[in-house]
Write a protein that binds this ligand. Structure first.
Ligand SMILES: NC(=O)c1ccc[n+]([C@@H]2O[C@H](COP(=O)([O-])OP(=O)(O)OC[C@H]3O[C@@H](n4cnc5c(N)ncnc54)[C@H](OP(=O)(O)O)[C@@H]3O)[C@@H](O)[C@H]2O)c1
Length: 216
């Protein structure tokens, strides 16, 4: 039996599906949950026996690491709804605080200088630990660049808690990417959409470790 942290992915849309699919490719078990459990069951059916569908509360209880692959405002709601179940868990936030604009693009739904990472870290349920991760690429690249050869592509992460280095870097490697920490949560804005370390910001593409080191 693996001694790796147990991972639950909450939300099986673009990002949740990409993360669960990558983890299965990486040989890692994953629990999946969704507002409607039917979608989680369908994904598990498709991906095979490493994937276990559960109701959201049960998924959080069963996991060590909870990836909130849902929209920014939904994460805030879920912090309140599942504050008890989340105690003792590592929360992973891939969110970008954006919504569609009137021109068919996206706009930020928080202040220009604010980040989802900093806002969410100020709202954490008691006894939780927090990492900004798995959101620095679009869902397309998160799928297509996973396990890239000969050099892996990078996923950036930020945290104020050094005890999370091992579980988070393991999670990113099992997704088929090279982890690069950019600093603490106050750096989150750099790896959210429009930031200089986001695929849909100044970075503009996936990067290898050597390229990432020049940017960070
Ligand atoms: N898409 C990207 O390229 C990308 C890139 C980087 C980061 N992100 C971030 O990743 C997060 C997810 O984005 P996405 O594109 O994957 O969104 P999405 O495709 O809309 O998926 C969101 C998922 O969350 C589920 N959900 C909604 N409310 C829920 C609740 N209360 N409890 C449990 N599950 C719930 C939805 O279920 P239903 O379908 O049943 O409503 C859906 O499966 C967002 O914060 C986004 O900013 C996205």
């Amino acid at each position: 039996m693996s001694n790796k942290s147990k991972v639950a992915v909450i939300g099986v849309g673009n990002i949740g599906t990409a993360v669960a699919t990558n983890l299965v490719k990486g040989g890692r078990s994953v629990i999946v949950a969704n507002k409607e459990i039917g979608k989680a069951k369908a994904l598990a059916e498709k991906l095979g026996e490493l994937v276990t569908p559960m109701e959201v509360a049960d998924a959080i209880k069963a996991a060590d690491i909870v990836v909130f692959a849902v929209w920014f405002n939904t994460i805030k709601e879920l912090f309140d709804t599942y504050a008890t179940e989340l105690q003792g868990k590592i929360i992973v936030d891939p969110s970008n605080p954006i919504a569609p604009d009137e021109n068919g693009g996206f706009k930020k739904i928080i202040g220009e200088k604010e980040s989802a990472g900093e806002i969410l870290s100020s709202l954490l349920p008691a006894g939780t630990k927090f990492v900004k991760a798995l959101g620095s690429l679009g869902a397309g690249s998160l799928t297509s660049a996973a396990f890239q050869q000969p050099e892996k592509a990078v996923l950036f992460y930020a945290t104020d808690d050094n005890t999370l280095t091992t579980p988070i870097e393991e999670l990113i490697r099992d997704n088929g990417f090279e982890p690069v920490q950019i600093g603490g949560i106050d750096q989150s804005i750099r790896m959210e959409v429009f930031g200089d370390l986001h695929e849909f910001g100044a970075l503009g593409k996936t990067v290898t470790l050597a390229e990432a080191k020049l940017k960070v």
